[in-house]
Design a protein around this ligand. Sequence first.
Ligand code: EPU
Length: 341
Amino acid sequence: MTPITYQNISLKPYNTFGIDVKARYLCLYEKPSDLQHFITKGPLLRDVEMIILGGGSNQLFTRDFEGVIIHPVNKNIKVISEDADYVCVKADAGVTWDNLVAYAVENNWGGIENLSDIPGDVGASAVQNIGAYGVEAKDCILEVNLVSFADASTRTLLNAECQFDYRSSIFKNKFRNRYLIDSVTFKLTKKHKFITHYGSVSEELKKFDALNLKNIRQAIINIRSSKLPNPKEIGNGGSFFKNPLVSEYLLEKLRNDYPEIPSYPATNDMVKLAAGWLIEQCGLKGYMNPKQTAGIHDKQALVIVNKGNASGMEIVDVARLVQNKVYEKFDVCLEPEVIIN
Ligand code: EPU
């Protein structure tokens, strides 16, 4: 069957900021032969700009997009191997991330429960190496199954080859727009190692009668929904900025003025600061732009929100204001986690 391609379609339902821009082509991907079709007979036949769009929870559109958007809609999850300790689950790129987490938890398979309630699709979990509450997707990814944009051939990349890093991977860099992620295989545990040390997780878990995957998932959902806006109600893309890496030297300097500044050890003599804290110290938590269309979430300063029909540029203006204020006050550059198009 010929894969579905839309022309001049609104992307509003396809991005969690809820920005209303149009795409020249939107191609729905289900299987490698679909990509073959787009390359040899469809809009990818010509040399055009391209974006691979998953759940759209990390993309900010600032203009109509004149090129081709490839949107994976494959949604199978299957067990490919299993023993007494582990189960390997292959999930298609188009599976909603939290549906995979729910499925794993229902089956009592551990590893991704701390990543409950993160918006987006399975494909992006590998691209972004999504992370929360002491766990990153890379901790459970066994391999990533790819299709080439050159000739629609398939290949598999093992975890160690994916160059996973903080919110980064080879798919964001060298392999960007060279390969499409078709599916991701996760190695989940039957013998669990619960990770509950991060932030308020252990505190929240005291409200439950037992320590198990189901309760950890619920505790995480409770924490997230108390701080993070639901994109179905208020457009947003989760953390807008990455937590910045700075030198020990700068941290020491900042500590003189701000002894309570949160910091976390990182690699190569660098430390990670909490961008949300820096933004809050600039007095920007709950900020709203003069047009009242975009601002900063009042419960988590790392999240920029669409308060009502904001344009992508209005969101970018809020982001620039945040970057400028944080730089002036702390001498720290904030880098967006969200991809701006
Ligand atoms: N903080 C403030 N004010 C704020 C927000 C945070 O002072 O408005 C302080 C907190 O009190 C804490 C520190 O900053 O001392 C860190 O805050 P938190 O633990 O809430 O996490 P975060 O750094 O704001 C990161 C991830 C989130 C993830 C949480 C929990 C990044 C960019 N963000 O946020 O990921 O859910 O940790 O693990 O790494 C996402 O990527 O979209 C995302 C939501």
